[in-house]
Ligand binder design. Structure first.
Ligand SMILES: Cc1ncc(COP(=O)(O)O)c(C=O)c1O
Length: 407
């Protein structure tokens, strides 16, 4: 382990000194000590129900919660913290848009374009919303290696299209999609662009203004924060026009026996007691990521990806799904081995202390489209080491033999 790797590893208690190689970072990430401490300190020193009390403790809790909103705003290059809605995760953020925006502003015969490689979290909410209002989902197909083209988008978009929904980075291919170009095409037709940033926000520096998207969703737990805190960013005029998703405490201005007027955004969308400790953990995670810098994160993840891809290319019967270069993968390498079921591969890797993922990765329609029942995936973080990649490769090399296939 290099000195740099050691210094990074020391920040992560669960994996520091562990012989297990955690290569499932697209599912969730490990937490640095500063995030664990921030959550513990919040409960030790500042815990009260934010926005509910006028006493000092509640004001401190409110301040801590709102501080997280400011940090999340900066993380994604937004300017106005009131455009940040805290949710549980990316799934809830996308559902919020599907329930509140799509069910209000879409009508019969409208169309929603959804990329075929989407995670179910960015597919099912649109299918459900379309059914609810009589709209239609139109799928945006990529090449079998995950490459999307503007020409294909132009061939399916029309004046009925009201939403275009796509991940910036697919959790299967790992390729960065040209969101800026696609969002601009969507806008030419008067459609809004919903970007799923679950796999991009933790790994690349992003800027919602430059991307030109209308909505962006991501999960805290994939960017080193606790589980249970997520973010929806949306342009303020859209949030203001949208009705609440959930109703109850803290999202109102005035309640009568017949109804209510609602609080200003973003509070209109944060009904009930909020996840203050999760937000505090997210703020600490953002500080941590900022202290490392995206240059280092991107550089390390690219180098680790390159090492894995180069060595995987030399193993007979292993096929990587998606692009050929490390730049097209951003730490996500999905692959298959001839004649071996991914569950068996996963079991063998696990025996060797390698945590990798087998299945359809919540992208079943994509797997059907590319003609693969299920696949294996490793997903890397800057805290992984070259040694872990090498151990993964050694284990991978032995899989077919251990399944009784010989060489
Ligand atoms: C691309 C993508 N979108 C959405 C999600 C859903 O994230 P969560 O389960 O945190 O809501 C995931 C989770 O893996 C994902 O990879």
């Amino acid at each position: 382990m290099t000195r740099e790797e050691q210094e990074i590893r020391e920040q992560f208690p669960l994996i520091c000194g562990s012989s297990e190689a955690y290569l499932d970072n697209a599912a969730t990430t490990q937490k640095p000590q500063c995030v664990i401490d921030a959550v513990a300190d919040y409960y030790k020193a500042d815990n009260a129900n934010p926005m509910r009390g006028l006493y000092a403790l509640s004001l401190r809790a409110t301040e801590a919660y709102e501080n997280a909103r400011t940090k999340a705003t900066k993380l994604i290059g937004a300017e106005d913290p009131s455009e940040i809605v805290f949710t549980r995760n990316a799934t809830e953020s996308l559902n919020l848009v599907a329930y509140s925006y799509a069910r209000t502003f879409l009508h019969e015969n409208d169309e929603i374009i959804v990329a075929i490689s989407e995670h179910h979290s960015d597919m099912l909410p649109w299918q459900d919303a379309a059914k609810a209002v009589g709209a239609k989902v139109v799928y945006f197909y990529c090449e079998k290696n995950g490459l999307y083209s503007a020409d294909t988008l132009r061939s399916i978009i029309n004046s009925n299209t009201k939403l275009v929904c796509m991940a910036q980075i697919s959790n299967v291919f790992g390729r960065i999609n040209p969101i800026k170009e696609f969002a601009s095409i969507a806008h030419e037709y008067g459609a809004k662009f919903v970007c799923d940033g679950a796999q991009s926000v933790p790994h690349i520096r992003i800027n919602v203004k430059e991307l030109g998207v209308d909505f962006l969703a991501f999960s805290g737990h994939k960017i080193y924060a606790p589980m249970g805190i997520g973010v929806l960013w949306a342009k303020k005029d859209l949030l203001e026009a949208m009705p609440p998703f959930l109703s109850g405490g803290e999202m109102i201005e005035y309640v009568t026996l017949c109804g209510a007027t609602y609080a200003e955004v973003p509070h209109k969308f944060e009904a009930g007691t909020v996840n203050a400790s999760g937000a505090v953990g997210l703020a600490a995670a953002i500080d941590y990521v900022d202290s490392l810098g995206f240059d280092l994160i991107e550089e390390r993840e690219l180098a680790l990806t390159r090492r894995a891809l180069e060595k995987m290319a030399d193993i007979p019967h292993v096929t990587v799904i998606g692009g050929e270069t490390a730049e097209e993968h951003n730490g996500i390498i999905t692959f298959k081995i001839d004649d071996v079921h991914p569950h068996d591969i996963s079991q063998i890797l696990s025996t060797d202390g390698i945590d990798a993922r087998a299945g359809h990765h919540c992208a079943q329609p994509l797997h059907k489209y590319i003609g693969v029942m299920s696949s294996m995936r490793i997903s890397l973080s800057f805290y992984n080491t070259f040694d872990e990649i090498d151990r993964f490769i050694e284990s991978l090399k032995s899989v077919r033999e251990r399944m009784g296939y010989g060489e």
